[in-house]
Ligand binder design. Structure first.
Ligand SMILES: Nc1ncnc2c1ncn2[C@@H]1O[C@H](COP(=O)(O)OP(=O)(O)O)[C@@H](O)[C@H]1O
Ligand SMILES: [Mg+2]
Length: 254
């Protein structure tokens, strides 16, 4: 789905993550793991041009999506973000009704017909329908944290993206809400390509097919994230090739 070729991201003169080359496979769940500050969120934001919104950020290298460089001159970043949706760390529903949260994306795309069906399908897809079908006019912010995050997932999938990027989507949730989201992520794989950042290694092991482990290299006082190892999740968590991966997953570091 994505081919990253020597992707580096700098904020001003600080190179946050350097020289990442990896392929992200379609209808797969790819986890990005590693210690805080190694550039996981930065790299994730490269995949739908969210870094464009950070004035100091510069992306070098190529992010190839369907054979085309996402950073090519003919690519419209707004269009990119429609096809490649995002779910954030802290659930961020709009202060609007549950219905309007989900209908927001389709409406901005100019869709007017069958909105009830679109909303229902997205809420079902996010495993939230049964809990909210009788209160679609309630404010999205009245839901529990886990429900709010599933509402945000419903909002993301309502526009039928190809890819959903998730940046630590469970870090603000309790364990039960977390397991519900993990179940949901596994279900979404049938239709979507998912890239998830998580600092929870058990979560990466439970949900993902492929895992990329990042680390931080310090040279001359500058910290730059780098991709250490990328492989099948099973391999990364059983017989990693790199000592740094082994130290991290066994909890000796990070
Ligand atoms: N908007 C920003 N402006 C400047 N520096 C940033 C910004 N976002 C992240 N960074 C820096 O980039 C590095 C990687 O951060 P981040 O991608 O958030 O790491 P992670 O998600 O792995 O914790 C850190 O050194 C962080 O301080
Ligand atoms: Mg982060």
């Amino acid at each position: 789905m994505f081919e990253l070729r020597k992707v580096s991201v700098s904020y001003g003169s600080h190179r946050a993550v350097g020289d990442v080359s990896m392929d992200v496979f379609q209808r797969n769940i790819t986890a990005l793991i590693g210690p805080s500050g190694c550039g996981k969120s930065t790299l994730l934001r490269c995949l739908n041009r969210m870094n464009d919104l950070v004035p100091s950020a510069r992306v070098d290298g190529e992010v190839i999506y369907h054979g085309e460089n996402l950073y090519g001159p003919r690519v419209d970043p707004v269009q990119v973000r429609k096809v490649i949706g995002m779910v954030f760390q802290k659930p961020n529903p709009f202060p609007k009704s549950i219905y309007d949260n989900v209908a927001f994306g389709p409406r901005t795309m100019g869709i007017k017909q069958n909105m009830d069906d679109i909303v229902e399908e997205a809420l079902r897809g996010a495993a939230l329908w049964d809990e909210v079908k009788d209160k679609l006019t309630s404010n999205g912010l009245s839901l529990s944290g886990g429900q709010q995050q599933r509402l945000c997932i419903a909002r993301a999938i309502a526009v039928k993206p190809e890819v959903v990027l998730m940046d630590e989507p469970c870090s603000a949730l309790d364990p039960i809400a977390t397991l519900k989201i993990e179940d949901l992520i596994r279900q979404l794989k049938d239709e979507y390509t998912i890239v998830i950042v998580t600092h929870n290694m058990q979560q990466a092991a439970r949900v993902s097919d492929m895992t990329a482990f990042f680390s931080v290299r310090t040279s001359e006082g500058k910290r730059t994230g780098e991709l250490v190892e990328y492989d099948d999740t099973e391999k990364i968590f059983s017989t990693p090739a790199d000592r740094r991966t082994e130290d991290y997953i066994s909890g000796r570091f990070g």
